[in-house]
Every structure is written in C-alpha cells, then in structure tokens.
Design a protein around this ligand. Structure first.
Ligand code: CA
Length: 232
C-alpha cells in the first residue's frame, strides 16, 4: 500500500531534497510552501502523513496543525522545526502533532520517524477488540468509542491508549509508556507522556461521570474499569 505524504516547507531546496528522498523510498509525495496551501491540500487528499515546518508564510505550522485537528484530519503530523526547546516541542504536541524532528536532520532519521508513525498495529493473533468499561478500541478498524460515541484520536494518542487497554488495571510508568510508543530516546519522555495523557483524558473522560484514566501519584497512570466517580 502506497503511503501518501504531504510536505509543507517554504524552503524549496529542503522540500525538493526531502521529496526526492521519500519518492526513492516508494512514498507518494506532494509538496506545498505555505500554511493556507497545506490546509487546502490536506482537505482534498487523504494523506497518511504530513511533514510540517513551523515557520511558514501565511499561517504558521502550529496554526495549521490545530486547524487540521479541528477538521478531524486523521493524518499523522510530524513537525520539522529549527526550535528544539522542550516548550516548543510540547506546544507542537499540544497542537495535535504526533512527533517532531529538529533541523537539521538526516534523511535516514526522517525515514525512521516516518516508519514509526505509519506502522500499523500488528494484529497477529491478538484480540481485535479491547475494552474497559464502556470504552472500546477495535484494532482492525482503529475505531475507538466510549458509550457508543466514536472518539477521534491522533496516531500517537491511539498508541498510548492501546498501551493502557492491553493492560487494564495495571499502573504503567511514564517511562514504560514512552518506550512502547516512541522507539527512541530524544526528549524528556515523562513530560511528553503527560501531554498525551492530558489530551487522552479530555477525549475519553470529559463528559462522563466515571473517569477511567487515573493518575497514580509517584508511579504513573492506570486505566481502570472501577474508575473514579465524579458527581456533578
Ligand atoms: Ca520555514
């Protein structure tokens, strides 16, 4: 299956270099140079992966990313940034990105990140539907729902939730979640896991009396059917 990639990068030399490198690896690649063009193209083509520069004419990468997520764009978003501080990274993840790569990067590293993002959960002989209380995940269709309502998750949010659903009731440390979801050790892992758990909590627990995703102080997080009942 051909993986469709959109490159959003206003430095045309970089865009052309990355496009050529990816095409040699068999990816189907389009490149655009501005934020508004990125939204237009992503809205009309179902990309699997969007490589998104942050400093762009028209609309910056964070704004593009937020808007894509607001429109329920399902593509994985990998931010390409010259900024490397933890705050900038967290901002990107908060905007709905799945990962980021700091410039300058090698094509080899970019390809490794892209493989991690587009890797489909191996179905094997694993149970296809995972559930805790009224939360369920179908690993074949990658649909997640709570009380019958479908929940839209980014690729990494899905991967984090899958960790919890495969080991319900068990306390998972931030490190073990990070190791499972990211295969490399490039950033402050616990910080990033906290961002994802916060987003997941908003998506799966907000509006429900029974809070499934719990913080276990000093240890990590747990997904529990016993949950915590919050009375309005
Ligand atoms: Ca730029």
């Amino acid at each position: 299956m051909c993986i469709r990639v959109l490159i959003v990068e206003d430095e045309r030399r970089i865009a052309a270099y990355v496009k050529r490198g990816l095409e040699e690896q068999g990816y189907a690649v389009d490149a655009v140079f501005t934020g508004p063009d990125a939204l237009y193209w992503a809205g009309s083509t179902p990309y699997d992966l969007i490589l998104l520069d942050l400093l762009l004419p028209g609309l910056n990468g964070l704004e593009v990313c937020r808007e894509l997520r607001r429109q329920d764009c399902r593509a994985s978003v990998l931010i390409l940034t010259a900024r490397g501080s933890i705050d900038d990274r967290v901002l990107g993840l908060d905007a709905g990105a799945d990962d980021y790569l700091v410039k300058p990067f090698s094509l080899k590293e970019l390809l490794a990140r892209m493989r991690a993002l587009t890797r489909r959960a191996d179905s094997g002989d694993r149970q296809p539907v995972l559930s805790v209380a009224d939360l369920s995940m179908d690993t074949n269709t990658r649909r997640v729902s709570r009380a019958g309502h479908e929940i839209q998750l980014t690729a990494k949010e899905y991967a984090v939730l899958e960790c919890f659903l495969r080991e319900p009731e068990r306390v998972l440390s931030r490190e073990s979640i990070a190791e499972h979801v990211w295969n490399y050790d490039v950033y402050n892992q616990s910080n990033v896991v906290d961002v994802y758990v916060r987003n997941l909590r908003r998506k799966i627990d907000d509006g429900h009396g029974l809070k499934l995703l719990q913080t276990v102080r000093g240890a990590g997080y747990r997904l529990s059917a016993a949950g915590r009942q919050v009375h309005p």
